[in-house]
Design a protein around this ligand. Sequence first.
Ligand SMILES: Nc1ncnc2c1ncn2[C@@H]1O[C@H](COP(=O)(O)OP(=O)(O)OP(=O)(O)O)[C@@H](O)[C@H]1O
Length: 455
Amino acid sequence: MDILIIDDEKIIRDATTQLVEDAGHYAETATDSSTALQALKESPFHLALLDVNLGRENGLDLLAEIQRQHPQLPVVVFTAAATIKTAVEAMRRGALDFLEKPFSEAQLSIVLSRVQKHRKLAERVVELQTQVASQSPEPVFDSASPAVKEVLEVLFRAASTPASVLILGESGTGKSVAARAVHLRSARAEKPFVTVNCPSLSKELLESELFGHTKGAFTGAVRDHWGKVKAAEGGTLFLDEIGELPLELQPKLLRLLQDREYERVGENTTRAADVRIIAATNRDLRKSVEAGTFREDLYYRLNVITVEMPSLRRRPDDLLLFADKFREFFASQFGRPVRSFSAPARHQILAHGWPGNLRELRNAVERAVILAHGKEIAATDLPSPSANGVVGGVGGDVATAGNVPMVGTAVSLEELESAHIKALLKTLPNLADVARVLGIDQATLYRKRKKLGLD
Ligand SMILES: Nc1ncnc2c1ncn2[C@@H]1O[C@H](COP(=O)(O)OP(=O)(O)OP(=O)(O)O)[C@@H](O)[C@H]1O
């Protein structure tokens, strides 16, 4: 944890810093209200240790101000025996706990582990809220196809082992969902599952996001920072879009995989990591190795257990199974009495190519549930095949409407895609909205913009 120690007595600040650092946390100190509030403004902390007798200032006033400005920040107050009443008052006003001075390492450690538990609970609440907000149906890991069944079996057999897992597959086939499922079926299920989106950051920021950095390691590094490897300690680190990992970072990841060791940016201390790695990509990594953009040794290290999430085109027998699951889920989410698909709607689902895979199907069914009149989803509630970017015969000339390529003419998917993304980037207020409308995540949007030269 990153801890701010607020005390006017140097001897207490120094001794507490030592104890906090010995316990494996990061400490910063402040001597009064204004330096404390400034430090809290500059960087996020996980805990404030506050002396209620803050020289000429009243620690309880500062407690109130911290709670006003940083309502999520837990505060533990220091107190001397004579001021125990003040400590009780502080707790009544929202402090999480108190420590009576002088305190021992063991007493501090008990309080810190209580705060950790509190933090984990708070994180879990946020995670659950995000899950509810993102309205994700319970994942389905079943298939009518023996080949797909086998893929899922290999994946889940590997789950209980410590082996690294590489998940391949087109965009939207459920690689991230599968990675989380592997974690939940492993002995690490109770520990964190931490995702790193490899393409969404510059090389420098990605390195710091992964491994952390020390204060002053680069411009803007105003204080020490633990990376995601540390955040995933004991759990699983999921490297999404590993194919986009910059070449310069690949040796560091290889070392993490091979030796379970890493260093934060800007320091020489070697640290041990206890993380299980799951990586995913929609790239052909073998081709990237041939092209020299992906290290061969890293590829072999990752390629221990490799599964390919099948595209929906390769599992036509599962289409209606998924469509029904999504329909049930969204009908209950939106409180709509939609109980089935009409025969033409089912036909349309089966006839469509679903290039965006499960993500596209999910989004199409969500929309259809909203549009449906009555108990049945009609074919007209589903996006028409052309609207989904599945262009039929391409015999005609390239046709454009005001320089925008038109669907159904001799125009490539890439041109259509580029025009569509460009138009959305112009009309929608931010990238998150564009990604939501396109039914892809922001990392995928970032990749597409780069590929199509739209950034
Ligand atoms: N097994 C599943 N059961 C039900 N729904 C699923 C399943 N897998 C994926 N989905 C749905 O498809 C969406 C996309 O899945 P996910 O983000 O895991 O795909 P991805 O392959 O990681 O995509 P990308 O490569 O674009 O990041 C999910 O939000 C979820 O709604």
